[in-house]
Ligand binder design. Structure first.
Ligand code: ZN
Length: 318
């Protein structure tokens, strides 16, 4: 039986707005200097991560989901596909202003299993960095009018961010990550994006990227409402756990380990990303070294594990 954590290798995606911080911050071997995204825990067909340890080494997380349902417990019965996707994004330049559909729209219009609700933990932000989060239109009609007129300065709602901030972005929310921001994103496993505005940018062939104004108008919630999320802080021995969000699709935590603690898996499976520091994880008499930039899953075949060290994690489960 496969009874150890499942370590995963990131898949990199080139983006017009990408940079080199995935290398400088995480030491990843990035393919070029416009690397925008590392898909670090992914079973999505557009970039499935590869397992690096144990009997399943070389298989993708998608293979494991399909071939080894015992690793994911009841999540396999409850979902059409692996439900979550974790990414790290390096925005050297502004991302396009965009919006994602909900499940129903994704299924009916795009023939995909999932829409996209996402959330961001800000790992690094330059002085003055901002995101777009929501808009100022009072109705869908007004949103359509202002978007068609290109009245972006009055339409878009901008807010400053700093390292450690957490932003929950339900489907239907207009959003964009601004230049100078590095985030860890936990989201539904979906790759459907409707681009509202791309700052009239062109690529090195002089082409602009496609916009999807009609779909955007259809799926955008108006007026904008900032969701109310209840956060909580608990301490278990050397581990301080901050619950960042608990909602329909995922629960996400920030873990701060200073010392040691014993953990019991309390979900079908758990996704962990080490965002700082170093630690050791022991389970079933095997010890694994964890360092910043490692991403892994505690599968349903691991009930208990022990952590020692000084590290920070972003942790999530469906
Ligand atoms: Zn998004």
């Amino acid at each position: 039986m496969y009874d150890e954590p499942i370590f995963l290798k990131p898949v990199f995606q080139e983006r017009i707005w990408g940079g080199t911080k995935l290398n400088t911050l995480f030491n990843y071997e990035i393919p070029n200097d416009k690397t925008g995204e590392a898909w670090v825990i992914s079973a999505h067909e557009n970039g499935p991560s590869q397992i690096t340890n144990g009997e399943l080494a070389g298989q993708t997380l998608k293979d494991a989901w399909e071939g080894h349902p015992e690793l994911f417990n009841k999540a396999v019965d409850n979902h059409d596909a692996y439900p979550l996707l974790v990414k790290i994004l390096d925005a050297a330049d502004d991302l396009s202003v965009q919006v994602h559909p909900n499940d129903q729209y994704a299924q009916e219009v795009e023939n995909e299993p999932y829409g996209k609700t996402e959330c961001w933990y800000v790992l690094q932000a330059e002085e003055g960095a901002e995101i777009v989060f929501g808009h100022h239109a009072q109705s869908q009609e007004q949103f359509a009018e202002m978007a068609k007129a290109g009245d972006w300065d009055r339409l878009l709602r901008r807010i400053p961010v700093k390292a450690g901030d957490f932003i929950y972005v339900p489907s239907g929310t207009i959003h964009a990550i601004g230049a100078g921001i590095v985030i860890l994103e936990t989201q539904q496993s979906s790759d459907i994006t409707y681009r509202v505005y791309d700052y009239d940018r062109t690529d090195d062939q002089g082409n602009t990227r496609e916009l999807h104004l009609d779909s955007s108008i259809e799926v955008t919630r108006a007026p904008h409402r900032t969701p109310d999320i209840k956060q909580s802080l608990t301490k278990q021995d050397g581990l301080t756990v901050k619950k960042l969000v608990e909602e329909q699709y995922f629960t996400v935590y920030h873990w701060d380990l200073a010392g040691e603690c014993s953990q019991t898996r309390d979900a079908d499976f758990i996704q962990l990303s080490v965002i700082d520091g170093e630690a050791e994880l022991t389970t079933n008499n095997k010890t694994f070294t964890l360092k910043k930039g490692n991403h892994f899953i505690i599968p349903a075949t691991v009930d208990h594990y022990h952590l020692v060290g000084h590290a920070e994690f972003i942790v999530s489960h469906p």
